[in-house]
Design a protein around this ligand. Structure first.
Ligand SMILES: Cc1cn([C@H]2C[C@H](O)[C@@H](COP(=O)(O)OP(=O)(O)O[C@H]3O[C@@H](C)C(=O)[C@@H](O)[C@H]3O)O2)c(=O)[nH]c1=O
Length: 197
């Protein structure tokens, strides 16, 4: 398992080994000891999620109220996607910046997205599945989004796809609008939460 921290501190990419033989393949996309060594605490799993998307579907950019927020450990068990993280923590040194990782069902590469970081992805082929280990259960009243098409963010969606968004995501505010509306988590609250883990 190789581990790499993205340009937003606290977001990690985990690249597991795949073992192929005449039966097929084996991989362990989540390994608790590697996770704990990189991130500094164990991952508490309160819910697992699974979604399936056709090519061009963009889901996100989503986040939950922090604290506690919802941390996510995600990987792609079928198809391929570009996964995007956005630092939306007001006061963070990397506020407004994004990074991305290519996830697919060949590498089983995974991404850890801590609480307070905005998360989204685009499916690059039909029938692309996303698997999540989430730190908390779903709390619809505390789930928020910013538009993935915010021109100020200029997220790296491929030019050759026609974005397909949910109605909710299509109506989501820009990062600046969400900040003005007081929807964004503060960096201080996030740090305090991370220290408690
Ligand atoms: C996220 C979620 C949705 N739902 C329901 C609500 C709705 O009827 C349906 C689809 O919900 P959404 O449109 O929010 O699904 P989706 O757009 O796939 O939401 C996901 O997007 C990515 C980017 C994330 O990071 C996830 O945490 C999650 O927010 O599923 C649950 O019951 N539990 C859940 O945990």
């Amino acid at each position: 398992m190789q581990v790499r921290e993205l340009s937003i501190a606290g977001v990690f990419e985990f690249s597991p080994q795949s073992f192929e033989d005449n039966r097929g393949l084996f991989s362990a996309p989540f390994q608790g000891d590697m996770f704990e060594k990189a991130v500094g605490h164990a991952l508490r799993v309160g819910q697992t999620n699974h979604s399936v998307s056709r090519r061009g579907v963009i889901r996100g950019i989503h986040f939950a109220d922090t604290p506690p927020g919802q941390a996510k450990y995600v990987y792609c068990p079928r198809g391929s996607m570009l996964d995007v993280v956005v630092d939306i923590r007001v006061g963070s040194p990397t506020f407004g910046q994004w990074d991305s990782a290519f996830l697919d069902a060949k590498s089983y590469r995974a991404l850890y997205v801590p609480e307070g970081i905005g998360h989204g992805f685009v499916a690059l082929e039909d029938d692309t599945a996303m698997s999540y280990l989430c730190s908390t259960g779903y709390n619809p009243g505390r789930e928020h989004g910013i538009t993935p098409l915010d021109p100020a963010l200029n997220l790296p969606w491929p030019a050759n796809i026609e974005p397909i968004l949910s109605e909710k995501d299509a109506k989501a505010p820009t990062l600046a609008e969400a900040q003005t509306a007081g929807l964004l988590p503060t960096y201080e609250a996030c740090l305090e939460h991370y220290r408690s883990l």
